[in-house]
Design a protein around this ligand. Structure first.
Ligand SMILES: [Zn+2]
Ligand SMILES: [Zn+2]
Length: 336
């Protein structure tokens, strides 16, 4: 099969012919329809996330959709022809403290698609049936690929926030994650405030359902959010310490800021500023399998599709460059 292989960290991917994976008894072989290109892939390809256990050669890609080609005898319930998706998490032990506490995405024994197991920058991928998700109609298999990572990453904290109808939800950073957060929060009935750097995507973001837009280069986030009574929830989807610092004072009473981006630099906040108003700062990473299935149903029912650029798998290195340069609107998917 055709695949884009990371043969050494920090180098362009190599398009090559490799053997198609052969599924075990409880696994599925999936013909890939599309695979989203996530920011995490850049960190993995560059060797910045070796703590996950990633070692070249490997095939990246953890936002995979496709059609079941072959189902092992113990791959309960799946059959050839089924529409499915494969996310980052393709194994969690089910026995450790986080798994037992309903937070399997924090399992230390976790295996990741395109991380420690070959991923979706390829014509075929295999995965354990227990961690494969059905893609409901009428979601398009190609367009919906980014739901498998970007979608669940923003849906899980929105879901945990409870009833956000009529509440003020700010989304800071409008890329792959942020644009889906705007659509989902808006479908849940929130007053959505999008926080963007550049003015050029303003109209596009309004079209996604943002009621208000704050341009962080020229406007004070705190001031604009205060006029609205402060944000009940802020989702930080851009890896920027400065944006984090500017968002904290924009929280309203009992407001929560959820960090979803891998902000790897230090940020400064005044801890006392959290006291008055009982504010919370927390982090969130992907979601559980239940979050994923709920998100896919929600997206199908509300007609929420990612806005994607479709590119052939053969253009993978150009696509990676576009993503590095911040030129992708809003998510790129590779079609083998
Ligand atoms: Zn991802
Ligand atoms: Zn576990």
């Amino acid at each position: 099969m055709k695949a884009a292989v990371c043969e050494s960290f920090g180098k362009p991917l190599v398009l090559s012919e490799v053997p198609a994976p052969s599924p075990g008894p409880a696994e599925l072989l999936i013909r890939v329809s599309a695979c989203g290109v996530c920011h995490s892939d850049l960190h993995l390809i560059d060797g910045e996330w070796r703590q996950w256990g990633t070692r070249p050669p490997f095939i990246p890609g953890h936002e995979v959709t496709g059609v079941v080609e072959e189902a092992g005898p113990e791959a309960g319930g799946f059959a050839p022809g089924d529409r499915v998706g494969v996310p980052w998490m393709q194994f969690a032990c089910g026995e450790c403290a986080p798994c037992l506490a309903g937070a399997e995405m924090l399992c230390a024994a976790q295996r990741g698609t395109g991380v420690t197991v070959d991923g979706g920058y390829a014509e075929f991928v295999k995965a354990p049936a227990a961690f494969v998700h059905r893609i409901p109609e009428p979601l398009d298999l190609v367009d919906s690929a980014p739901l498998l990572c970007a979608g669940v990453t923003v849906f899980a904290p929105l879901r945990r926030a409870g009833d956000i109808a009529g509440k003020t939800v700010a989304v800071a950073g409008i890329g792959g994650l942020g644009h889906l957060a705007v659509r989902m929060a808006s479908a849940m009935g929130a007053r959505v405030v999008a926080i963007l750097e550049e003015e050029e995507r303003g109209d596009l973001v309004r079209g996604l359902g943002a009621r208000e837009i704050i341009f962080s280069r020229t406007e004070k986030i705190r001031k604009r959010l205060s006029v609205m009574g402060g944000a009940d929830l802020i989702l930080l989807t851009a890896a920027s310490a400065s944006l984090f610092e500017q968002c904290v004072p924009g929280l309203g009473v009992n407001g929560t800021l959820v960090v979803l981006a891998t902000v790897a630099e230090s940020a400064t906040i005044v801890p006392a500023s959290l006291l008055q108003g009982g504010k919370t700062i927390r982090g969130s990473v992907t979601g559980t399998r239940d979050d994923m299935d709920a998100m896919l149903r929600f997206a199908a029912e509300h007609g929420i599709a990612p806005v994607v650029e479709r590119h052939p798998l053969g253009s993978v290195n150009e696509v990676v460059q576009r993503l590095r340069a911040g030129k992708v609107v809003f998510r790129a998917v590779l079609v083998p």
